[in-house]
Design a protein around this ligand. Structure first.
Ligand code: B12
Length: 222
């Protein structure tokens, strides 16, 4: 059933039909699937299939992909508040997309998974400078900064994670604030997170929630 609904969702986003996409989501929830299952077994695989279609240069364009991401983003916003796996608050975390990076969907999903586990997530949105990450973490007494980078140059850039690490060192905050990263470049080079100065990385939202809970519990994941 979830596979058929994933196909319906894929067809709807390929045709940029918001109503059709929401119909597939509603049907999955009506069949008793949890919001987490809907995100990880339906929405993400459908987005991945669509991305593969775009990359093959065949049936879909980058503009369609953009609209599909907008629809998936709205679906995610609707599902996050009804996530079932709530646990008690462990602290505050700051999350955002790296400087000059405008890929927001993955971060939004991570944010939702974390909010359902950690209660307080401050989402700075897209295109966030290293200084803004650190200043906001200090203002809000956050113990973790999470940076999403979907492009190699925004993962490696000096205003990205390595810039945050430099500021943490310069301001003597290294023992108080941990740095976690995620996004496509880290999936291709699992050791890249060390090179950019992060304490840990995670390949998806659910793994991120576990890694960050551990960091907030006192340990360092690296
Ligand atoms: C959708 C998409 C877009 C959309 C973004 C819409 C939006 N609002 O988000 C649009 C069409 C706008 C776009 C634009 C561009 N894109 Co684009 N895009 C993609 C695509 C196909 C999918 C990204 C996505 O949404 N995935 C789905 C989500 C659910 O997965 P995810 O992002 O990986 O997130 C998960 C994990 O990574 C992890 N995670 C993510 N963030 C974090 C953070 C933390 C802290 C943690 C712990 C975990 C974590 O958890 C998430 C949930 O499970 C990727 C290809 C790919 N396969 O990744 C290319 C891709 C990222 N884009 C690429 C490029 C080049 C561009 C453009 C430059 C294209 C252009 N010519 O203009 C522009 C750049 C715009 C900019 N400055 O940011 C390249 C980057 C290549 C590189 N080597 O750097 C990619 C890899 C495509 C490719 N193969 O060439 N893109």
């Amino acid at each position: 059933m979830i596979d058929q609904l994933k196909k319906n969702y894929l067809v709807a986003i390929l045709e940029t039909r918001r109503d059709g996409a929401f119909d597939a989501i509603d049907a999955a929830l009506d069949h008793g699937h949890s919001p987490e299952t809907v995100i990880f077994k339906l929405l993400i695989p459908a987005m991945e299939e669509m991305a593969a279609i775009v990359e093959s240069g065949e049936e879909a364009t980058l503009a369609q992909l953009y609209l599909a991401s907008q629809i998936s983003s709205q679906v995610t916003e609707r599902l996050i508040p009804i996530f079932s796996s709530k646990v008690e608050s462990r602290g505050t975390m700051i999350i955002g997309t790296a400087f000059e990076d405008f890929h927001g969907l993955g971060k939004k999903i991570v944010s939702g998974c974390l909010a359902s586990r950690l209660v307080k997530v401050i989402d700075l949105g897209l295109n966030v400078t290293a200084e803004k990450f650190v200043d906001t973490a200090v203002e809000n007494e956050a113990s973790v900064i999470g940076i999403s980078s979907m492009m190699v140059h925004t993962a490696r850039g000096t205003n990205g994670p390595s810039g945050v690490r430099e500021l943490l060192i310069r301001r003597g905050l290294e023992d108080r604030i941990s740095l976690v990263v995620g996004g496509a470049p880290y999936k291709f080079h699992p050791e890249l997170y060390r090179k950019v100065g992060a304490n840990a990385w995670a390949r998806d939202g659910m793994t991120a929630a576990g890694v960050i809970s551990d960091l907030m519990g006192g340990g360092r994941a690296s």
